[in-house]
Design a protein around this ligand. Structure first.
Ligand code: SRM
Ligand code: SF4
Length: 575
């Protein structure tokens, strides 16, 4: 039998001596960039090499090299961090990056525009505050996510503990990380990292075929879009008592325009496990993908393709084999919901938490006239509260005393931050990915057009009497799906520079994928395209029906016909 052909990345991993490669020597050389091999290996250490896409064309015309820069992503299970850690990162983003902290859609921080010489001291500084970048990117289990709300009950404590346990268990162990970034010094007492080792007992020397994502949620609050993950663990409680977890596998969103072999996919339920089997069963799913994921084609390497092509029956019996006995069938679940964590909420222990909305998760100063960074620094350094990052790029200030609430609200408002009362539902449920100028994959803008797009959508919704409706809008610079645009009511997905594909018909609760309605809508016509859809929704919806649910019930083809009848004569993109 001939061996299956492996992708180039597999050889790079295999030859790397557990992620060492030539990173250390290339960090020390005079170049502003690293080699292709180190580019791939650096991802496992939490960094992507990129370049400033705003200036690249002009620099090329002038015969100049690109402005090389690095992105750095932390791994922060459940998005939890202390005030001290936050304040240290706040300082470090000036020393080493572009003066902003960027909350991601997997509840961690990214930093942008780091020059090569700063990568090592930055990663060392991050480790000195007992945070880490190891496995932030790369073919490993990524940041394990769960509900960030600091509600002090058994449900939330259970989810948090399970998240931390899985994160530590699945973390890469290679001591290359400490050798490269800390000259061999090993910090002690990392909350989420295992003791460094010479090899990788779970992953082996070629790690996973591709990134692997784990989320822990519960149907009552799917704030993490659990089904978008390779391994979705749904905790089922009877009151406060954990009964066990439904396991669903194969979630993933990335696709390519015009390549039907790639597609977004929601995780499919496969089993139910008792609480004590959490780690063993999760490891069984990781091993299933480790051994059966496609290592020949990285566009076909996620677990979703194994699930879609081999089928659930094959997956179940293979999973049983890795688990060591027959897993129970998944249980029926309650109706799904999403809880909004923005605004003031009681924690259940006499204290409060405040969810602060950060547009696109970008914590900087002077953004849309608001000084997010100064405001947060002032509040966090005064009150030293623990923090949590949400899955929709917001930040939660925890453990606030009743008597501190007014002063904290005043401090934030003084710098221009709008609290929940001043935000519409649209604003609170709008997610934009990073896209240009740092993302090498972006076909169109996303984060940088969030404000004008949100404003024009709000005006349109107000005009048609749906200004107060809860509609989840997600804009992505390309079809990879980072802001999870294929779940939620409206997905706006970069197609070519300045044009977007529009998707509608997902549900607000994140249990149904949306469908494409238009392909190449110019940015300035996104509202033009949505107007007939909003009018149809306003006229025909049932009481309490969301826009996505309505579009799905009414039928995407039927609603598209109405839009075409209105638009096709005047707009080429709609014809
Ligand atoms: Fe993502 C690649 C940013 C969440 C699917 N993602 C990228 C890269 C690294 C671009 C690249 O490969 O060159 C982006 C870095 C941009 C930059 O300049 O910073 C990037 N992804 C992000 C973040 C920062 C988006 C954000 O605006 O917050 C999110 C960081 C998450 C984290 O903290 O770990 C982010 N990415 C996601 C999600 C959502 C999720 O996990 O809940 C998805 C969809 C779920 C999934 O994995 O399928 C996602 N990102 C992708 C893909 C498509 C993967 C696929 O299977 O096809 C890519 C491209 C790739 O891997 O080749 C990608
Ligand atoms: Fe970049 Fe595309 Fe992800 Fe946006 S969706 S951050 S453009 S890879």
């Amino acid at each position: 039998m001939t061996e299956p052909k492996l992708s180039g990345n597999e050889k790079i991993k295999q030859d790397s001596n557990y992620l060492r490669g030539n990173i250390a020597s290339e960090l020390a050389d005079a170049n502003a960039f690293v080699s292709d091999e180190s580019y791939e290996l650096l991802k496992f250490h939490g960094s992507y090499q990129g370049y400033d896409r705003d200036t690249a064309t002009e620099r090329k015309k002038q015969g100049l090299d690109k402005t090389w820069e690095f992105m750095l992503r932390l791994k922060m299970p459940g998005g939890r961090l202390s005030a001290e850690q936050y304040l240290a990162l706040d300082t470090q983003c000036d020393t080493h990056a572009n003066g902003t902290l960027r909350i991601t859609t997997r509840q961690t921080f990214q930093f942008h525009c780091i020059v090569k010489d700063h990568l090592k001291p930055f990663i060392a500084d991050i480790n000195r505050i007992l945070l880490s970048t190891l496995g932030g990117c790369g073919d490993v289990v990524r940041n394990v996510i769960t509900c960030p709300a600091p509600i002090r009950d058994n449900i939330h404590a259970t989810l948090e503990n399970a998240c931390f346990t899985l994160a530590k268990h699945m973390a890469p162990k290679t001591d290359a990380y400490w050798d490269i970034w800390l000259d061999g010094e090993k910090m002690e007492n990392y909350p989420f990292l295992p003791t460094p080792a010479a090899g990788e007992p779970l992953y082996g020397e070629t790690y996973m075929p591709r990134k692997f994502k784990i989320a822990l949620g519960q149907p009552e609050d799917n704030c993490m879009d659990v089904l978008c993950n390779d391994l979705a663990l749904l905790a089922l409680f009877d009151g406060q008592e954990l009964q066990g977890y439904n396991i669903a596998i194969g979630g993933g969103l990335g696709m390519n325009h015009n390549n039907a072999k790639t597609f977004p996919y929601l995780a499919k339920p496969i089993a139910f496990i008792k609480p004590a089997d959490l780690v063993r069963a999760s490891e069984a799913v990781v091993k299933l993908q480790r051994d059966h994921g496609d290592r020949g084609d990285r566009k076909h390497a996620r677990l979703k393709y194994v699930v879609a092509e081999k089928g659930m029956q094959w997956c179940k019996s293979t999973l049983d084999g890795y688990f060591g006995s027959t897993l129970d069938e998944a249980k029926a679940t309650a109706k799904w919901a999403i809880v909004d964590h923005v605004g003031w909420h009681e924690q259940g222990d006499g204290k409060w938490f405040l969810g602060v909305a950060i547009p696109s998760g970008r914590i900087g100063d002077g953004l849309g006239g608001v000084n997010y960074r100064t405001a947060l620094r002032e509040v966090i350094s005064t009150y030293k509260m623990p923090l949590a990052l949400t899955l929709d790029q917001n930040i939660i200030l925890c453990d606030i005393e009743e008597g501190e609430k007014t002063a904290i609200a005043q401090m934030l408002r003084k710098h221009g931050i709008r609290l929940r009362e001043e935000l519409t539902d649209l604003a609170r449920n709008f997610i934009a990915c990073v896209a240009l100028p740092t993302c090498g994959k972006a076909l169109a803008e996303a984060e940088r057009v969030q404000h004008p797009l949100e404003a024009s959508l709000q005006t349109l919704m107000n005009t048609h009497g749906i200004g107060q409706d809860k509609i989840a809008v997600r804009i992505a610079g390309c079809p990879n799906g980072c802001p999870r645009p294929y779940v939620g009511d409206i997905g706006i997905i970069g197609r070519t520079p300045g044009t977007y594909a529009l998707y509608i018909g997902g549900d607000f609760e994140g249990t149904r994928l949306n469908e494409k309605i238009f392909d190449k809508v110019p940015f300035e016509h996104i509202t033009t395209a949505l107007e007939p859809l909003f009018i149809t929704y306003k006229t025909n919806r049932s009481t309490g029906e969301g826009f996505g649910d309505f579009s799905h019930r009414y039928g995407i083809e039927a609603i598209k016909k109405i839009a075409l009848d209105t638009l096709a004569a005047t707009h080429k993109w709609a014809a």
